[in-house]
Design a protein around this ligand. Sequence first.
Ligand code: KDO
Length: 330
Amino acid sequence: RRGFLATAAAVAIATSIGTGALAQDKVKLRLSAVQSETDQRSVAMIEKFGPMVADFADFEPHWNGTLYAQGTELEAIASGDLEMSITSAQELATFFPEFSIFTAGYVHQDAAHQVAVFNDPLMDPFKKKVEDELGVKLLSVMYLGRRQVNLRQPKAERTVMTPADLAGVNLRMPGTDAWQFLGKALGANPTPMAFTEVYTALSTGSVDGQDNPLPTVVDAKFYEVTKQIVLTSHLVDLNYIALSKAAWDAMTPEQQEKVQAAADAAADFGRENQLKKEEELVAFLQEQGLDVYEPDVAAFREQVQKMYLESEYAATWPEGVLDKINALGN
Ligand code: KDO
């Protein structure tokens, strides 16, 4: 699989350089992502990234998974069919298992920790591999937020204090193995499903719940079809602003500098707004009639960390990286 992708990326590079040399017009930067245009990461890309590259690039975002379905964006970039995405460590882990270190529950501590990790030299070999073998450049780290468990049942019917209280709960998790493992580690029965199908699945009861940060619960209106939120904060979740390496290589150094600055500005702006929303939204969700409460977080942390350390994922983590990540935290 990797062999194919490396070849596809090389073809994409060659094609893009060819077209770039002929056309004098602006570079087209199409981005595909599954969140809505009102999600704070989208707002940041629209308000910061687009305008900051506008003198030489047409930034053309496609939201709600309308251009590429969730989980197919990286291959689209690798084969030269797409220039940008807002990707995840979980998706990267399908190509490079060691990325699962950034998908493990209770590893990243907060937004600042994510930034410190992304900018630390420990990330260099990870970034290089994605560039060399997938033809994708990870520009900047975006803050998605602390993922919480969000269920259809009200608290009066099921109170979740420890992982044992999630036994038998069909919890929708995104569709990769790394996500499914996280659902299992939480004590639930994980069900894979694309983000764009979750609202309907919750409203019909084909799943019992889902996990996402509060701003996503509100933006995607999951609160309309669920009754409780358990503040497990099991994953301080991140995304990477991903750009085709071929598109990057076809730019002048000045353009590259502008693209990098625009990605950083969007990530900073999005992070600030997402953090603000996370704080405000507990009250909003309570007003909507949801129970929002803290479980025994230590019990969740203990089980999740133990399961990861004993898993086949931990065996793929490069020696010493977990210690370095921990040392960058509090
Ligand atoms: C989701 O599918 O639950 C998830 O939160 C996974 C993230 O990696 C990210 O892709 C996100 O969806 C989308 O951006 C939608 O918010």
